[in-house]
Design a protein. Structure first.
Lengths: 456, 367
């Protein structure tokens, strides 16, 4: 009879296929009784944390973020992020820079902008196949020494996949390994490619992986390697991981050879938690894990170094979408939106990050607005509109900021942009979605004062 | 069947989460080096202070939080703050504090107020809300009282004009009013709050509280999305006990803030469970949100019955301030679970457990 009561009360929460739980063991009964004692709220309400984030005075000052739209579907999905950020009135504004995958190198001004803003949001850059042009993605990561790449592959509720219980974070070394780019033709017809593994880089990526696991309450770190074949190179990587593991006795550490790892990923993915890998294996493992958990269109990720961070689609499988997707504008913006939620959390705006995530998850769970890779047929814009509506209960006109941070001239620059947009909103009565550069052109010449003033 | 149902139930638990707390799947991506342990100055204080700060230390150890404490011995009847204390706080930037008992009557100025003035901790924040599982006479309470901490009636400027006649100065400056108003609106913006209410007595103290109100009104213009209104403090106290759900964020000068915070804490479950902190541009000191000015009765101290929940939740705020959100969430979830279960409660919440039993329950509930 206890079982019957349970069914009635949580039938609305349970997926129909969970109804095959009968009969239940006593252990699961106790878990259920705990669940039912405090009936959980609907998963769609924005989480209100009653112990709030007590900001430092001045934390609300808007932050500038470098934006690189990129190639292919890049401009489409970064446009989606810009729209949603505006709709949420997040204290972020973007500095756009045009970079194409077939440029010789990343323009100086882009690098300077990222060094100044410390945070960058990026669509994909298509690296041409074949000789001559080195990958601009790699160049950006090396110049800014962004040594850790992180992809969070997780089953999104509502999205049905063949694998359940996937929650894997792949932390991948981003600067050396097989991607050193050191190749030469020994004799015509013979090419050597160097894979460089250093103790310095291996140690810092291992340290980052364990620190990440510690700070995010993860229980296990798995090192992925091929040290039975590349005994010295991957052996050095493994040594560094083992040394760091000694400092974290609470976190379980184990090692797995990369081919076995790929097989285990598709057989029993729930055994993996955090995985730390060198460069190439990380690429493959991340894309595999993304694929089993719902596709590269929904996995968030980022790249971080000691000083800078670049957020982009978690695992892009090396491409920026085919031409048809770009034409029909059917790219999936979810991955970049969740990455921008990670960016908001990195910039220390946790409330905005939570609102964005909740809205995105709500849209995916409802299942009405899905792009082609998730089995639906919507365009990017329709998904973005759905997400904006989902976060709309909190949408309000843009606040006007005062001169909170007098020590940082960059914030005054941002205020000019925001003020003139607020003025436009008032005139037209609805928010326009112009790009930042367009808005700057339209803005009245700014008088940089340090006093508070309001536009009427 | 049990293994299958167990895994299915775990999945269900992850989506809906126990105790109604959402588990964030898009994680906080730390900067390299963020996991380095942070030193925090610890002031056990008087009365129940050492008991509850010890509770926090135990729980932090059990969680293996990347925080370690530098304790300083300070008592309320000292003439001034000890030497190393201010340097330590200036170095660590964050302090956790039990209560300091200020002696009644002349001579010794309050060390609590001294600390706040020296470090310019101009905003004091108390979050008064109904804890699930804790029955109180008022429902739907979720009030944050932001109180100006450095001036107002607590300026400490008193003098005896003639024998038998004493004047006490209440000082209100535009500078301080403006910054507390700015902080209150910024807090509301960053924490998705809808309304800010200014509490005042400007019908009587036209110039002093009038200046405070002017500053609030100016700042309110910059946040058109946040509703702003004003309420006279006596009406406010009555509304608090009649219909507390109408209040969201309240910004007040020093004295009214003290009273409003303690009233709001009382209606929502008592001062034993409300978290709070004091923040300035550079430093932050976390302590029990609203302590009603006392540090516990002697019997509470003897029987070790003090309620550690308020200081535990304040230390969760401190962990979030130090940018360790995962640890903060774990601590909060555990504390809320213990309160919701209702088995381990101290005397002020209607039970008869000791502090140590509550701490053990919190540690047992950490996941």
């Amino acid at each position: 009879m206890f079982v019957l009561i349970v069914m009635c009360r949580i039938a609305d929460l349970l997926n129909p296929r969970y109804l095959s739980i009968l009969p239940m063991a006593r252990r699961s009964g106790s878990i259920l009784s705990r669940l039912l004692a405090n009936p959980p709220p609907s998963p769609f309400t924005a989480p209100t944390r009653s112990i709030t984030y007590m900001p430092r005075p001045g934390d609300g000052a808007p932050r500038t973020v470098t934006l690189i739209p990129g190639d292919g579907i890049g401009p489409l999905v970064t446009g989606a992020v810009e729209q949603v950020m505006e709709a949420m009135h997040a204290p972020v504004h973007f500095e756009r820079y045009e970079v194409r995958g077939n440029m010789r190198k990343v323009p100086e001004e882009v690098i300077e902008s990222v060094k100044r803003n410390k945070v960058c949001l990026k669509g994909g850059l298509a690296t041409p196949v074949g000789g001559g042009v080195s990958s601009l993605n790699m160049q950006l990561r090396k110049e800014l020494d962004i040594f850790a790449s992180l992809v969070n592959c997780i089953n999104v509720p509502g999205l049905v996949t063949r694998h359940e219980n996937v929650d894997i974070v792949v932390i991948r070394e981003n600067t050396e390994g097989e991607y050193s780019g050191l190749e030469h033709e020994v004799v015509p017809g013979v090419v050597e490619s160097l894979k460089v593994i250093t103790k310095f880089c291996s140690e810092r990526i291992a340290r980052y992986a364990f620190e990440y696991a510690y700070l995010n309450n993860r229980k296990k770190v798995t090192a992925v390697h091929k040290a039975n074949i590349m005994k010295l190179a991957d052996g050095l990587f493994l040594e560094s991981c083992r040394e760091v593991a000694k400092n974290y006795p609470a976190i379980t550490y184990n090692e797995i050879i990369v081919d076995n790892c790929c097989m285990q990923l598709v057989a029993k993915p729930e055994q993996f938690d955090v995985m730390v890998t060198p460069n190439l294996y990380g690429n493959l493992v991340a894309n595999t894990a993304a694929g089993i958990a719902g596709g590269t269109g929904v996995m968030p990720g980022g790249n971080v170094g000691a000083e800078h961070a670049i957020f982009e689609q978690g695992a892009s499988a090396g491409n920026v979408g085919n031409d048809k997707m770009v034409e029909q504008k059917k790219a999936n913006p979810v991955a970049l939106l969740l990455s921008s939620a990670m960016m908001l959390r990195h910039l220390r705006f946790p409330t905005f990050a939570d609102r964005l995530e909740t809205a995105v998850k709500q849209v995916i769970q409802e299942g009405k607005w899905r792009t082609k890779d998730l089995g639906g047929d919507c365009t990017t814009q329709e998904v973005v509109d759905a997400i904006e509506m989902a976060s709309n209960s909190d949408a309000r006109p843009l606040p006007k900021f005062g001169d909170w941070d007098v020590n940082d001239p960059a914030t005054a620059e941002g205020f000019t942009v925001i003020f003139s947009k607020a003025g436009e909103d008032k005139k037209t009565g609805r928010s326009t979605s112009k790009t930042t550069s367009q808005r700057k052109q339209d803005a009245k010449p700014a008088v940089k004062k340090w006093l508070c003033f309001t536009f009427s | 069947m049990s293994r299958q149902s167990l895994s299915l139930l775990k999945n269900l638990g992850r989506i809906t989460s126990r105790s109604g707390i959402q588990t964030r799947s898009v994680t906080y991506m730390p900067r390299p080096g963020d996991g380095k342990p942070r030193p925090v100055t610890l002031i056990p204080g008087d009365g129940i202070g050492p008991l509850v700060t010890n509770a926090v230390e135990q729980v932090m150890e059990a969680m293996h939080a990347p925080v370690y404490f530098e304790p300083f011995d300070v008592h309320g009847d000292m003439k001034s703050l000890p030497e190393g204390l201010l340097e330590s706080i200036k170095k660590n930037k964050v302090c956790l504090k039990g209560g300091l008992k200020t002696p009644v009557g002349g001579g010794v100025s309050s060390l609590n107020v001294n600390l706040r003035k020296e470090l310019d901790l101009f905003a004091s924040l108390v979050n008064c809300f109904n804890l699930p599982g804790l029955a109180s006479r008022h429902e739907n309470v979720d009030i944050v009282v932001i109180r100006e901490n450095t001036e107002g009636e607590y300026a400490g400027l008193e003098h005896e004009v003639v024998p038998g006649v004493v004047e006490s100065l209440k000082v209100i400056t535009k500078f301080c009013s403006e910054r507390i108003a700015k902080y209150a609106f910024e807090y509301a913006y960053l924490n998705n709050r809808k309304k800010v209410t200014a509490v005042h007595k400007a019908n009587i103290m036209k110039l002093a509280d009038g200046l405070f109100l002017e500053s609030c009104q100016e700042v309110a213009k910059k946040y058109p999305s946040i509703a702003y209104n004003e309420i006279i403090v006596d009406n406010c106290c009555m509304q608090l006990v009649a219909r507390p759900e109408q209040f969201d964020v309240m910004v007040t000068p020093n004295l009214y803030g003290n009273l409003v915070a303690n009233t709001a804490a009382g209606i929502a479950g008592g001062t034993g469970v409300m978290p709070g902190g004091n923040v300035g541009a550079d430093y932050a000191v976390f302590e029990q949100g609203a302590s009603a000015g006392n540090v516990g009765k002697d019997t509470t101290e003897e029987q070790k019955n003090a309620n550690p929940v308020a200081l535990l939740l304040s230390s969760a705020m401190m962990l979030r301030h130090l940018q360790f959100p995962s640890f903060a969430d774990r601590l909060e979830t555990s504390v809320k679970r213990v309160i919701a279960e209702g088995k381990c409660r101290t005397e002020d919440l209607g039970g008869n457990s000791t502090t140590q039993e509550v701490v053990d329950a919190v540690i047992a509930n950490l996941d």
